[in-house]
Ligand binder design. Structure first.
Ligand code: ADP
Ligand code: MG
Ligand code: MG
Ligand code: MG
Length: 419
């Protein structure tokens, strides 16, 4: 991927590029670059994203840059991440095509993916901040999580194929390293790129570095992140990786994909809902103006877990054809209970991971390098710091006490008690 022949595109050259690929030209309705319009819309931290419009339709062209866009060319990043993103998209599309943009083209030399232009879809994060609600979100995302995680696990997948796939994605070293460093490590020491709302949060941010319990918790979660090859993860499933309309939900941007613990994707998403929950008050126009939105966010987190667990249980019963919990040990000898007990124990362990990963993901968005728009868009620093301090408290609590939350409702109770 990348190497000789790679050219970073711009809003002009992307037109000739798109028009030059027969299949894409066909979709756009012209092979004349002059008949196309293009603009760069990437708002992410890493890549270029172009919308190219022709007389018949529009496509999105996403291209990796050889460095981190957020930081610049002083921080190189392998172009091969486009290959991992494409491979993850292909695997997710085999299971849940309705939750992804349609995939049109992959160009390994240019580290570039051409896909459906999602419209009128918008990024979920911004909508949550604006106080919008989406009634199908939890159902769509909960099923997506169960389907993609179960079907890439040893409960389902052919073991030779799974091991080969673990090996393929194990090479996504650079993007895993970003998570290993930015999520689990840097927030807890004096790393140069850390930042927070200062001076308001100085006390809390500095206290983390002397907080043995939270550091031990973060390291335990890092251990799980690096060693537990349970399922193919999206790897970056925050509310900026979900595009929505009132009726539809699509998941984009799985360039961080690798075989890791199921709880990481679920925890990442819940963390972002809880961050939004604590940010609401910073956007409220009247004192209780965002109360209902906050409650809806907690209910959504609850439903995502419930839908995930229910869908997972159905898959466990109906499609458990892999090496794990073989039917020969359970159902085939009349032990339905044994299979069910095993499933409940497994889901309880996933839930424990969800809690810990959610905690780590919250903390890092408050005192690490990359922050969330939900908080950043609260203009008044005093007001923002109040919201952030609450979120930080919850994140710490989830990391330290991740084993004591019996169920998802315990997390909602914790959030309410802090607000
Ligand atoms: P990055 O990896 O740099 O974060 P993303 O894949 O998240 O890139 O895309 C960045 C932005 O581009 C998204 O936030 C969204 O606004 C837009 N975008 C990406 N893919 C699509 C798509 N298929 N349709 C419409 N907009 C998209
Ligand atoms: Mg993104
Ligand atoms: Mg399906
Ligand atoms: Mg990305």
């Amino acid at each position: 991927v990348g190497g000789r022949g790679y050219h970073a595109l711009d809003a002009e050259s992307v037109k000739a590029y798109a028009a030059g690929i027969e299949e894409i030209a066909g979709r756009l309705g012209t092979s004349d670059p002059g008949a196309l319009r293009a603009r760069e819309v990437g708002d992410g931290n890493l890549n270029l994203v172009f919308i190219v419009e022709g007389p018949a339709s529009a496509v999105v062209v996403k291209q990796a840059l050889p460095y981190v866009r957020l930081v610049g060319d002083s921080w190189p990043l392998p172009l091969k991440r486009a290959y991992f993103e494409w491979n993850a998209l292909v695997r997710q599309a085999a299971v849940q095509p309705e939750r992804l943009p349609a995939l049109h083209h992959f160009d390994p030399v240019n580290a570039l993916i051409v896909m459906e232009y999602l419209s009128p879809h918008v990024i979920l994060r911004k909508e949550l901040t604006a106080g919008k609600r989406f009634k199908h979100l939890a159902e769509h995302v909960g099923v997506f999580l169960a389907e993609t995680l179960f079907r890439s696990s040893d409960f389902f997948m052919d073991t030779a194929k799974k091991k080969a796939d673990v090996a393929l994605f194990a090479d996504n070293v650079a993007l895993c390293a970003i998570s290993e460093n930015l999520v689990f490590t840097e927030p807890y020491f004096d790393a140069p790129l850390n930042r927070w709302t200062t001076p308001q949060l100085d006390g809390l941010a500095l206290a983390l570095r002397a907080d043995r319990a939270v550091k031990v918790g973060a390291q335990e979660m890092l251990y799980r992140f690096t060693t537990k090859s349970e399922a193919l993860l999206h790897g970056d499933l925050h509310t900026g990786s979900i595009m929505v309309t009132a009726k539809d939900t699509r998941i984009i941007d799985p360039e961080f994909a690798f075989y890791g613990p199921m709880g990481f994707d679920i925890g990442a998403l819940l963390a972002n809902l809880y961050l939004s929950y604590f940010a609401q008050e910073g956007h409220a126009e009247t004192p209780d103006g965002r109360f209902a939105q906050g409650e809806w966010l907690l209910e959504t987190a609850e439903s995502i877990w419930s839908v995930f667990a229910e869908s997972f249980a159905r898959l466990w019963r109906e499609e458990r054809n892999g090496i794990l919990f073989s039917r020969r040990l359970f159902e085939d000898v009349g032990d339905e209970v044994g299979a069910t007990v095993g499933m409940h124990q497994f889901l309880q362990a996933v839930f424990c991971d969800v809690v810990g990963f959610a905690g780590a993901k919250m903390v890092r968005r408050l005192v690490g390098l990359a922050h969330v728009e939900d908080m950043e868009s609260i203009a008044d620093p005093d007001r923002r710091a109040v919201c952030e301090a609450r979120a930080l408290l919850m994140g710490r609590e989830l990391l330290v006490n991740r084993g004591v939350f019996g169920d998802i409702f315990g997390l909602s109770c914790l959030a309410r008690s802090i607000l």
